[in-house]
Every structure is written in C-alpha cells, then in structure tokens.
Ligand binder design. Sequence first.
Ligand SMILES: NC(=O)c1ccc[n+]([C@@H]2O[C@H](COP(=O)([O-])OP(=O)(O)OC[C@H]3O[C@@H](n4cnc5c(N)ncnc54)[C@H](O)[C@@H]3O)[C@@H](O)[C@H]2O)c1
Length: 89
Amino acid sequence: MKHKNILVIGEAGYIGSVVVEELTKKGYNAIVYDNLSKGHKEAVSCTFVKGDISDKRLLDKTMEKYNIDAVMHFGSLIVIPDSMKNPKE
Ligand SMILES: NC(=O)c1ccc[n+]([C@@H]2O[C@H](COP(=O)([O-])OP(=O)(O)OC[C@H]3O[C@@H](n4cnc5c(N)ncnc54)[C@H](O)[C@@H]3O)[C@@H](O)[C@H]2O)c1
C-alpha cells in the first residue's frame, strides 16, 4: 500500500490528536496544520505547520509541499457562548 499523506487541520486539539494517532498506527503520513489558538504543540507528534485555515496561500503551499492526498478538518472554535458573543470569528 502506498502510504497516503493526510493533512489534518486542528490536530493540536482533542479529536484531531486521537485521529492522528489512529492514522499513524495504520501507516498513513499525517501532516498537521493548526494555528494553535486553542490546541497544544505538545499534542503534535508528526510534521507540523503553524497556520490558519483562512490563509489560502499557506494552505496551497502546504498541500503542494507535502503532496497531500486527503484532508481531515477538525480546526474549530467549539465554545458555543463565544460564538454567540463573536459570531464573525
Ligand atoms: N470534543 C468532542 O467531544 C467532539 C464531539 C463531536 C464533534 N466534535 C467536533 O470535532 C471538532 C474538533 O473538536 P475538538 O474537541 O477537537 O476541539 P479543540 O478545541 O480541542 O481543537 C480544535 C483545534 O482547532 C484549532 N483551530 C481553531 N481555529 C483554527 C483555525 N482558524 N485554523 C487552524 N486551526 C484552528 C485549535 O488550535 C485546536 O487545536 C469540532 O468541529 C467539534 O465540534 C468534537
């Protein structure tokens, strides 16, 4: 099996870090993309790119550089009261 390169957005968080653990066990190459606004760098155990999902240029560059085959997206702000106070964010 060719080892696929998976871009995991928001991996420094709770769900993403578990997903990357499972991907790695199955032989996939995980490349992490996270702005670390909520996550923790210590949770990242593979290739890491610090970036925001709104940064299209950096996303394009990352996709090309790591030859990405698929994207799993967990980058998010999950606190509901914050979304009521600041819906634009
Ligand atoms: N935690 C749960 O039990 C649970 C259950 C069901 C669904 N979900 C969903 O899974 C997703 C992830 O949840 P979580 O609990 O892992 O959240 P989390 O806060 O632990 O992780 C979110 C990650 O996204 C990153 N992030 C936020 N905004 C970003 C941006 N603009 N660009 C790049 N990275 C950004 C944060 O730095 C953080 O590392 C959410 O969509 C959530 O609704 C979570």
